[in-house]
Write a protein that binds this ligand. Structure first.
Ligand SMILES: Nc1ncnc2c1ncn2[C@@H]1O[C@H](COP(=O)(O)OP(=O)(O)OP(=O)(O)O)[C@@H](O)[C@H]1O
Ligand SMILES: [Mg+2]
Length: 248
């Protein structure tokens, strides 16, 4: 029996009187690529932000290895955030930093990383996302798809044990989306990275997922393999796969 790397237990979150997460239970295994699907507004990004402790739940537990991170103080979160990297929906780049400095940011936060080491690792990360030639440009001077790739380079630069990608495919042309998928799988196969991918790109699910989680209205609605998803007769899932998804 595999032991989960991350265990989410009975997670609840609300904003005002709107319940956004309504009792999430989910195990994530080391080294898997887990894809999270669900209609816009169902709580995917909010769930993701709890894993590196960027949001605190109202109720519930999140175990990362043998630590319940909901019990940690803010100043104890550092090691968790090094373990769990996040590529934010929308990129969240620093506009006044060059591409290079954006990607270098997580490394500069580790005081023991030397300048030549930073240079080598940032250059490698930029090569992976094919942005080596754009290191000195600012986010405002590159395209939306390129900004996404910068955000991805920043998420992988310190090789965390787990990476959460929030909508890595949105707004990308199919070839760039393919490149991102290949990168996600390479990180899994070559570095043993656990991938959590939030996407609306159903083609990618069948390319990259080991397991699929389907969220609906702040709960886990369905968990299964891509093959099980393909074969499902559940009308709600079929609508989603076939592109008839409803907003909440
Ligand atoms: N800071 C906030 N304050 C109040 N409500 C919020 C806040 N952040 C998110 N919400 C609400 O929580 C719900 C879930 O948001 P979330 O961003 O997780 O959706 P999502 O599933 O990621 O959607 P999408 O696919 O569009 O990215 C939405 O109804 C949203 O309006
Ligand atoms: Mg979202």
């Amino acid at each position: 029996m595999k032991t989960p790397y991350i265990r989410i237990k009975n997670l609840h979150q609300s904003f005002g009187d709107r319940e956004v997460l309504r009792g999430i239970d989910l195990d994530i295994y080391r080294g898997e690529t887990l894809v999270i699907l669900g209609a816009s507004g169902c709580g995917k990004s909010i769930l993701a932000k709890h894993l590196p402790g960027l949001l605190r739940p109202l109720e519930g537990e999140i175990w990362v290895g043998d630590v319940d991170i909901t019990k940690l103080r803010e100043r104890e979160m550092g090691p968790i955030r090094h373990q769990i990297g996040m590529m934010f929906q929308g990129g969240a780049l620093f506009d006044s930093f060059t591409v290079f400095e954006n990607v270098a940011f997580p490394l500069r936060e580790e005081s023991d990383c030397k300048e030549d080491e930073i240079h080598r690792r940032v250059s490698e990360a930029l090569e992976i996302v094919k942005l080596g030639a754009h290191a000195d440009q600012f986010p405002s001077d590159i395209s939306g798809g390129m900004r996404k790739r910068v955000a991805l380079a920043r998420a992988v630069v310190d090789v965390p044990a787990c990476i959460i990608y929030d909508e890595p495919h949105a707004g990308l042309d199919p070839m760039t989306a393919d490149t991102i998928d290949r990168l996600i799988k390479t990180l899994q196969s070559d570095h043993g990275i656990t991938n959590i991918v939030i996407t609306h790109e159903i083609r990618s699910v069948f390319r990259i997922a080991d397991r699929v989680v389907f969220m609906k209205l702040g709960k886990i609605y369905w968990v299964g393999s891509p093959m099980e998803l393909q074969a499902t007769k559940d009308p709600f899932l079929r609508d989603f796969i076939e592109g008839n998804a409803q907003e909440d």
